[in-house]
Write a protein that binds this ligand. Sequence first.
Ligand code: 5GP
Length: 114
Amino acid sequence: MVSKTIFQKIIEKEIPSEFIYEDDLCIVINDINPQAPLHLLIIPKKPLPKLSDAEEKDLNLLGHLMLIAGNMSRKFNVEDAFNIVINNGEKAGQTVFHLHIHFLAGNKKLNLPK
Ligand code: 5GP
């Protein structure tokens, strides 16, 4: 059996974490090691390991995550300036293999790899 990721344990409340937002499809939490003044993680409840594992049937879920990103931008009054990042695969820096969107705001410019 594949062991649960840290995000699955957070979703199932095995590990306590403050939920900034929750609905049937996803949760939003603060990143434990923020890379910007506001660094949220938007995490689907469905345990897709990475974006490249998503299929046609996940269309609604992926769209939903984007809408939640927009909602978060308004909630935190950063709708004019935020970045979203998805690391896909170990070589791209992914460390938790449960799809998640990094939502970053508060930096003038992110120093993303070229
Ligand atoms: P990745 O490198 O996979 O794109 O991002 C994983 C993110 O999860 C990292 O930014 C890391 O700081 C965050 N993270 C890892 N473990 C935990 C945790 O237990 N709680 C929270 N809130 N974030 C975590």
